[in-house]
Ligand binder design. Structure first.
Ligand code: SAJ
Length: 439
């Protein structure tokens, strides 16, 4: 590595750098806080002025970020937020953690990455280290970012340094967070990798270098495709067990006693979150451009996407047993977040269940201790207060997300009919409970 690069490496190791984080969401903000806590000047860049103002006032909005830690970094001037991309001129290493959703036709929507790219081209400068963290299809870093950056005349690997390093945030995970989750990282060149690793070494306990940005991009997609497919298998097992009159939860628990070669996944009302329902489609889309059909991904997606409808059929069967129909019934959904003990409703299957029941004429309400209100088409719906003595007013209560604070026993005792999609009522033998996958 020549002298210039050695000097750059030394500056990084001595924390004589400024780190920029683009995208101050559930990935970017925790990462920015960790760089700040490591004593590195950190500038957060986000297009959302309200978010920027909130952060500069020391107010946190991400559940996994410690309020006091953020405030201390803001008060000390170690972390500041801005909407101004020209700050890149004063940044030595920039991590891009913007959303990569799907379009309506389930194709990758990399608009956010393209928007950042436009700003990068304007302010990219010599010795800038650029890391893309957003989950994307293999080839994005090298085929999209590199040509755009090099159009400025700066050469990747000698003048600027370009890498891909997937985010692995598991919102709400009480054990694994930004610093103690191994960090995969792939550089366009050896120098890119060396410098990128020196930056991340300040905040990550363990770095996993791979040979290319494509390997890093695909590592992330394998991780989440693995989950989507295995969740799809658990959901299909639930459907098959119901037809066989066997309790899928008992079967899964028994299989999970195998000390090797098995990993437990459980059925549910469908796939929620910012990643699992979305990321595998980035891979299947890329494969379609190479005339290859990623069959496992498509099949798992089909099964997972059918689960909200399957839950509504269980509700219909339950009401039918009471000579009632969905049409005109009062139905309460417990839990709108896409998984327990978090406030995130993105892609939550509970939203689909809500909409499907309403479309069939039910009067639907919801309770969620973490979600005050949800947006339906153009209207906002607020959570009800959960009062045990009022549960009998509902013809059916659906447990869509089993938040830890739910007193399930009391809910079962006070409800006329329960459809349990999460095995929350395990062991509560009660005629009023219909359980997903329990025959
Ligand atoms: N789900 C099931 N059955 C299961 C597991 C999950 O139905 O056995 C459902 C959940 O209810 C949820 C969805 O799938 O609706 C996604 O669940 P998740 O546990 O994968 O949660 P995410 O998407 O918040 O977090 C995941 C990470 N989760 C874990 O590794 C446990 C991980 O895949 C990624 O680090 C992260 O997405 C990401 O950002 O990619």
């Amino acid at each position: 590595m020549d002298e210039i690069l050695e000097n750059l490496l030394k500056r990084i190791e001595n924390k004589e750098i400024t780190v920029g984080i683009v995208g101050l969401g559930y990935v970017g903000l925790p990462l920015a806080v960790e760089f700040g806590k490591a004593g590195i000047r950190t500038i957060g860049i986000d297009v959302n002025q309200a978010r920027v103002d909130q952060l500069n006032a020391g107010d946190n909005y991400i559940q996994d970020v410690n309020d006091a830690e953020l405030k201390a970094l803001v008060d000390a001037g170690t972390f500041t937020a801005t909407t101004d991309f020209s700050s890149i001129k004063h940044i030595d290493a920039i991590c891009i953690a913007v959303p990569t959703p799907l379009s309506k036709t389930k194709d990758p929507d990399i608009t956010y990455i393209l928007d950042v790219n436009k700003e990068l081209i304007r302010y990219v400068h010599k010795d800038l280290i650029i890391v893309l963290e957003s989950t994307t299809y293999p080839g994005t870093t090298r085929e999209l970012l590199q040509p755009a950056i090099e159009a400025s005349g700066l050469k990747v690997g000698t003048d600027v340094f370009l890498l891909f390093s997937p985010e692995r945030v598991d919102p709400g995970n009480p054990v694994f967070h930004t610093t103690n989750t191994p960090k995969v990282i792939g550089g366009v060149t050896e120098n890119c990798l060396k410098l990128g690793m020196a930056v991340y070494a300040h905040v990550m306990d363990k770095l996993i270098p791979v040979s290319s940005p494509e390997a890093a991009e695909l590592t992330k997609l394998l991780e989440n495709t693995f989950r989507s497919i295995n969740i799809g298998l658990a959901n299909e097992m639930a459907i098959m067990c119901a037809k066989l009159g066997v309790n899928v939860w008992e079967v899964i628990d028994a299989a999970a006693t195998k000390p090797f070669g098995f990993m437990k996944f459980t059925p549910g009302p469908g796939l929620g979150g910012h990643c699992i329902p979305i990321d595998p489609h980035y891979l299947s889309w890329k494969m379609r451009t190479l005339d290859y059909k990623a069959r496992f991904i498509e099949l798992a997606s089909e099964i997972n996407a059918s689960m909200p409808e399957y839950v509504v059929d269980l509700v219909s069967d339950g009401l039918n047993g009471m000579s009632k129909s969905i049409n005109g019934s009062n139905i309460l959904l417990l839990g709108m977040a896409y998984k327990p003990d978090i406030d995130d409703v993105r892609e939550s299957p509970a939203l689909d269940v809500y909409a499907l029941l309403e479309a069939k004429g039910a009067r639907v309400s919801f309770h969620d201790p973490y979600v005050d209100e949800i947006k339906f088409d153009s209207r906002m719906e607020s959570t009800i207060d959960l009062e045990m003595d009022k549960l009998s007013e509902y013809d059916c209560v659906v447990i869509t997300t089993n938040h830890s604070e739910y007193d399930i026993k009391a809910i079962v005792e006070n409800s006329k009919l329960i459809v349990d999609t999460r095995n929350a009522t395990a062991g509560m033998g009660n005629g009023t409970v219909i359980k997903l996958g329990a025959g």
